[in-house]
Design a protein around this ligand. Structure first.
Ligand code: GDP
Length: 369
């Protein structure tokens, strides 16, 4: 097969190697297509038949091209972020790329955060953290795309800020952008009105447009993969244990100096020094947490990773990169964040170390809660 095929929906080159990449068509479907009929890639197929958006990964290069083109428009930028993985959701340089266009931040997956957390406080926290990353949003909306919560109010906020302009929705993969777009489609438009696609010049992917009443559009853009996520190492079953699906129930541990918590076999937290005040763990409710003395932690991990410490399960434990250590001193009440897995809140003055598989970001931030 050296004939190159292209999706007639989006123009991407057809491939059957990677379902997550652009232009995917199952090999069997390509073979069946011996008449040389027009082929749609999986993404365009789902769009046509189910009005369903599936996000696909883009190279950084294509992503930057798209951002640059958005920067040349006069529009409202809606930046979807994952409240459970805020720093992993940040698009570096977004503010610079979009130029003068206003940015509305949408914090998605708010259903995962404790109901007791005041939403006004959460919005302030997002704004502050966005500022620290160089983002100056005009406003912050909180939604749960999955629970269809606050979507109508998001749409009226968008209408207010777009002021007769187009709207571009941007976000890295896995923040729930497709889920959100699908909810918006359900609320806004019938199947008939959907969907015009037209090319972002110079990239392999098309944008998806949802019409407003005034000849302007809400335009979905492909997401770029962010590399530093824990979840890349896990199978579907393991993900069920490691990625929360419901409101997180915080767990408090009274730790003395030189005590360690393991979060499955995926991460390790050493409480090196600090008051005996208790740390609060925010991870999936079913993720197993084990406590040991820091002095014994290395041998405990070597002995129990994949068994007592799960996930990953024993058959996958070999594939998990070694845990790498990052040490921090908290100057204020802070969260030690394991990107994609959750965080542990510690008090001011604590000296801690976070360990995560090589390549996964471990960071310290001002406490969210
Ligand atoms: P995309 O890559 O940004 O398009 O993300 P998806 O829409 O494919 O969603 C990524 C994952 O996040 C999926 O497992 C979704 O079920 C989940 N997800 C999306 N929205 C929400 C939400 O509001 N709450 C929760 N808890 N999970 C969500």
């Amino acid at each position: 097969e050296n004939e190159e095929l292209y999706c007639i929906g989006c123009g991407a080159m057809i491939q059957s190697a990677d379902p997550q990449e652009v232009g995917y068509v199952p090999a069997a479907a390509i073979q069946k297509n011996d008449e040389g009929e027009d082929l749609y890639c999986k993404r365009c197929f789902r769009l046509r038949h189910y009005n369903e958006i599936a996000d696909v990964a883009l190279t950084d290069d294509d992503f930057l091209k798209i951002l640059t083109q958005i920067g040349e428009t006069d529009s409202l930028i809606v930046n979807v972020v994952d409240l459970f993985d805020f720093s992993g959701s940040i698009i570096p340089g977004l503010q610079r790329f979009v130029g003068k266009n206003p940015i509305l931040i949408v914090g998605n997956k708010e259903d995962l955060l404790p109901k007791s957390l005041k939403r006004s406080k959460l919005r302030d926290w997002i704004r502050q953290n966005a500022n620290m990353q160089g983002l100056r949003p005009v406003d912050v909306a909180l939604v749960s795309a999955k629970k269809n919560h606050m979507i109508a109010s998001l749409l009226s906020m968008i209408d207010k800020y777009r002021a007769n302009r187009d709207v571009y929705v941007v976000g890295v993969t896995n923040v729930g952008k497709s889920t959100l777009i699908n909810q918006i489609i359900k609320q806004k438009t019938g199947i008939a009105e959907l969907i015009t696609t037209s090319r972002f010049p110079g990239t392999t992917l098309d944008k998806i447009e949802i019409p407003f009443d005034d000849e302007h559009f809400l335009i979905d853009t492909p997401g770029v993969i962010h590399q530093h996520q824990m979840t890349h190492f896990l199978s579907g079953k393991e993900l069920n244990i490691a990625v929360p699906q419901k409101e997180i129930k915080p767990k408090v541990y009274q730790l003395g100096n030189e005590q360690t918590l393991f979060l499955g076999a995926l991460a390790r937290f050493d409480y090196l020094k600090g008051e005996r005040k208790g740390v609060v763990v925010y991870v999936d409710n079913s993720l197993m947490i084990h406590r040991t003395k820091t002095a014994n932690a290395d041998s405990f991990y070597a002995k129990h990773a994949g068994e007592l410490l799960q996930p990953p399960f024993s058959e996958n434990i070999e594939k998990l990169p070694r845990l790498v250590r990052f040490e921090f001193k908290a100057t204020q009440k802070s969260d030690l964040v394991f990107s994609g897995l959750g965080w542990i809140t510690v008090n001011a003055g604590a000296v801690v170390a976070g360990w995560a598989p090589e390549g996964v970001a471990v960071t310290l931030r001002r406490a969210m809660i």
